[in-house]
Write a protein that binds this ligand. Structure first.
Ligand code: UDP
Ligand code: UDP
Length: 464
């Protein structure tokens, strides 16, 4: 049966649901919320977007400001956090600390919601905030949905992890066999989870435990890429009693922040000749590794567009490219390579006809953006959930993953020779190009009104 539709604007029966969205810290969490906000608003919902200032990175501030300016129909709701002392925690990760600061302000949400008009009819809360906010939202009588910002494979790990911890026979973490899915090897488990006292571990386990209590879990993925994990989750194999896991991706990028545009340079390059290299918004690379990567790109013989990032938080990026890579290098590669530091419009790059491959850390938004444009990935996961996502990329035919390249907590440096060879392989593999293109077509079909993700979105709205 098709989902009920919201009557069109002007219809007297129309009562648009008013959905409040609560994103968490970091571009990886903010970007899918911005996209969901626009998708819901385009479908006739009234949308309030909860904002928290100051943000950890300046990219987040710019992104929120651009969203609200471009879509004035989205209502900003300014959420003032309770006082928070980060020095009380052993963690130094600014994003995990901000998760905690937001989590500890959950009791302030009812006052914020009480001031909204028309009243809010449901909330969508970021996964990293789930265990603190879900009881508060349901306590005021509202439905609470979660948005999981990474892969369905990662959601399976999140859902199963509390049971894994409860049943393990030895201390520490080993390979984790996810019921109904596959075994995540120890090496692919996010490093903080090795330590039971890590702040992220506490949050991750508490959030995993509360999933069953949500009204639904929205996820930015699609069936052609992650059928196995979505089926395992929805058939109760991973954990019994989960609410519906609704795939609605790849959520369409809506706009970018201001930033240097690589378009004029890309416009001058032949079709599918450029490899785009980026490790996302919060994964820094050591100078030694950067130099090997630079040399690897040079050896590959391919044209490249490389976004260099040397600090976790963009506000701390002070050193110039010349100092990081050397003027000689930049001079040598300038005919074939564009090296930039700072924000680029990734979406316009991945959509550009000159781009034929993507060396990516496999942050989930990057993966979904590559999928949407059918751009094959050479996966170089560096931390967190990225190896789990890289497994999805490799299994789904979207890319290749060379296991064993340097990872969080390791001193080793991937060699220029190896990198160069793999980049060339990425750009020359016709079979991979075809399978990524096929997946791109499936992604476009999925988000159409009658596609699996389009229907997922409509069914979610229909329930409100
Ligand atoms: N992004 C961008 N320009 C940049 C760096 C990142 O547009 O210079 C966007 C990217 O397109 C994605 C998001 O920021 O939408 C990063 O999220 P992802 O999950 O890929 O990785 P994270 O930054 O969370 O590690
Ligand atoms: N995540 C989770 N539970 C949490 C916090 C995060 O399952 O309590 C997931 C999140 O969706 C992502 C992964 O854990 O898949 C790593 O989170 P982080 O914020 O480090 O990643 P980012 O998206 O910023 O790259």
């Amino acid at each position: 049966m098709p989902p009920p539709e919201i009557p069109p604007s002007g219809d007297p029966r129309r009562v648009a649901p008013h959905i409040a969205l609560l994103p968490s810290a970091g571009m990886g969490h903010l970007a899918p919320f911005c996209r969901l906000a626009v998708a819901l608003s385009d479908s006739g919902c009234d949308v309030s977007f909860i904002t928290i200032q100051p943000t950890v990175s300046s990219a987040e501030s710019r992104h929120v400001a651009t969203l609200l300016a471009a879509f004035p129909r989205l209502r900003p709701l300014d959420f003032r956090l309770a006082d928070f002392d980060p020095s009380a925690f052993a963690s130094t990760d600014p994003f995990f600390l901000r998760f905690e600061a937001i989590r500890r302000s959950a009791h302030l949400l009812p006052t914020l919601l009480a001031a909204t008009s028309p009243p809010v009819s449901a909330l969508v809360v970021d996964i990293s905030l789930a265990s603190e906010f879900l009881p508060v939202v349901t306590g005021v009588g509202l439905p609470c949905y979660l948005l999981f910002t990474a892969s369905a494979a990662m959601l399976s790990l999140c859902a199963h992890f509390p049971a894994y911890i409860a049943n393990r026979t030895t201390a520490g973490v080993g390979d984790v066999d996810i019921p109904g899915l596959w075994t995540v090897p120890k090496a692919s488990i996010p490093l903080p989870l090795y330590d039971p006292n890590n702040l992220f571990t506490t949050q991750f386990v508490e959030n995993g435990r509360i999933l069953q209590k949500a009204d639904g879990i929205l996820i930015n993925t699609f069936y052609a890429l992650e059928q196995e994990a979505l089926d395992a989750l929805n058939r109760g194999k991973v954990v019994p009693g989960l609410p519906p896991v609704v795939a609605m991706g790849p959520l369409k990028p809506v706009m970018g922040c201001e930033g240097g545009s690589a378009l004029p340079w890309l416009d001058a390059q032949p079709a599918r000749s450029v490899v785009y290299v980026s490790f996302g918004s919060r994964t820094a690379m050591s100078v030694d590794q950067m130099k090997e990567l630079g040399s690897g790109l040079e050896r590959s013989g391919c044209r490249f567009l490389w976004v260099v990032k040397s600090k976790v938080v963009d506000r701390e990026e002070e050193v110039e490219l010349e100092e990081l890579l050397g003027e000689e290098y930049l001079e040598r590669v300038k005919e074939r390579g564009l090296v930039v530091k700072g924000w680029v419009e990734q979406e316009e790059i991945l959509r550009h006809r000159a781009v034929g491959g993507f060396v990516s850390h496999c942050g989930w938004n990057s993966v979904t953006e590559a999928a949407l444009h059918g751009v094959p990935i050479l996966a170089w996961p560096r931390m967190g959930d990225q190896r789990v996502n890289a497994e999805v990329v490799a299994r789904g035919g979207l890319g290749i993953w060379v296991k064993g390249w340097s990872w969080e907590g390791e001193e080793k440096v991937g060699s220029a020779e190896d990198i160069g060879e793999r980049v060339r392989e990425l750009m020359e593999d016709e079979g991979l190009r075809a399978s990524a293109a096929r997946l791109g077509m499936e992604a476009v079909k999925a988000v159409a009104v009658d596609g699996s993700s389009g229907q997922g979105l409509a069914q979610f709205i229909g329930k409100l």
